[in-house]
Write a protein of this length. Structure first.
Length: 350
């Protein structure tokens, strides 16, 4: 038996010894945690009374259907090139998806979109800025660089979201039964541990975790210990990359270009001050302002449970479409599309 397996089994024994018999519900906020938990079979290592619930930690999944359709409409125009991360390609709109369009380019960084704009001066290159605190600083950096380059045919479709407002909404929901939160490691690299201190006021413990099985199991042990003791600290179990204050320069760049705005979360609704909108003095890089566009208001696919899944109120297996009408190759909702989507994780590994 490998040393890692031995360590995991030792952690498992410790969790079993302190978890009691009452149900404990822990929400993993990050989509990468969701995938890691499913891939490594962590749920099967926990006692029956400990339930892991997936939350709204996939930025693609929480992007409203209307924003997706508006992006598709841009890609249908001969005057635009849409630059996007690959996870956005297969989310279905009213008439297909972005992967069906010729004027779409996959990029690995918002900065790559500047090269596309420079090479295509007769078209507007639009970067789809879906993401959380982890990736939106790069979108801000791209906007700042575009201005310094004098690049006039580049803009951003801002779909950015911030994590705390959504967590507060979930925890304050009268039907919520979340006892602890496994907090996102990638986001915390930018924001720092203190960013989540509000959880203590919500009387819910949180642990920032890495993504390896040992790291996740250790973080779950810390959460169970605090839940059983009735304490609500926010702990950092990913200290090799997460500091107390976070990445100050990334925060500065983000706050220079973006500001908090009300935002719609797919399947959840409008959450005040949970979005990242482009500030007034950078609006010449906001595609909606630049071209006088407005988002479409589209309903969710009838019967799709993505919203309930993102709120931690349903499992993918409860959806009548899951694994039948809705698969990774033929998705109905975004949770089956993204590499961080809960439905995709359950479909692939469960």
């Amino acid at each position: 038996m490998s040393e890692i397996k031995k360590e995991i089994l030792e952690i498992q024994k410790k969790i079993n010894s302190i978890s009691g018999k009452d149900r404990i519900s822990i929400m993993e906020v990050c989509g990468t945690h969701t995938m890691s938990i499913a891939k490594t079979g962590i749920r099967s290592l926990l006692p029956e009374n400990i339930r892991l619930i997936s939350g709204p930690g996939c930025p693609v999944c929480v992007t409203p259907a209307g924003a997706i359709q508006s992006a598709i409409d841009l890609a249908d125009s001969k005057d635009f090139i849409v630059a996007t991360f690959g996870d956005m390609l297969r989310i279905p709109g009213e008439n297909g998806s972005l992967q069906d369009r010729r004027n779409v380019k996959i990029v690995y960084s918002p900065l790559d979109a500047l090269d596309i704009a420079k090479a295509n001066p007769d078209k507007e290159t639009v970067f789809l800025g879906a993401g959380f605190e982890t990736t939106i600083p790069l979108a801000a950096a791209a906007i700042m660089k575009a201005r310094s380059m004098g690049l006039k045919n580049f803009s951003v479709f801002s779909m950015g979201k911030t994590v705390p407002a959504a967590l507060k909404l979930i925890l304050q929901d009268k039907d919520s039964s979340i006892d602890g939160l496994l907090l996102p490691g990638h986001v915390s690299v930018i924001t720092g541990r203190k960013y989540f201190d509000f959880l203590s006021r919500e009387q819910v413990p949180g642990v920032i975790s890495g993504f390896k099985a040992v790291e996740i199991m250790t973080s779950i042990l810390l959460l169970v210990k605090n839940i059983m003791e009735g304490t609500t600290p926010v702990l950092n179990n990913y200290k090799k990359v997460v500091s107390e204050e976070g990445n100050k320069e990334a925060q500065r760049i983000l706050n220079e270009v973006f500001e908090a705005v009300d935002a719609d979360w797919r399947g959840i609704g409008n959450i005040p001050s949970s979005g990242l909108g482009i500030r007034k003095n950078w609006k010449d890089f906001d595609v909606l302002t630049k071209y006088g566009l407005s988002l479409k208001n589209l309903p969710e696919p009838e019967g799709c449970l993505c919203g309930s899944i993102l709120m931690g109120k349903a499992l993918p297996s409860m959806c009548r479409y899951f694994g039948k009408k809705c698969t990774p190759l033929n998705p109905v909702g975004p949770c089956m599309v993204s590499s961080e989507g809960t439905c995709a994780a359950y479909y692939k590994y469960n």
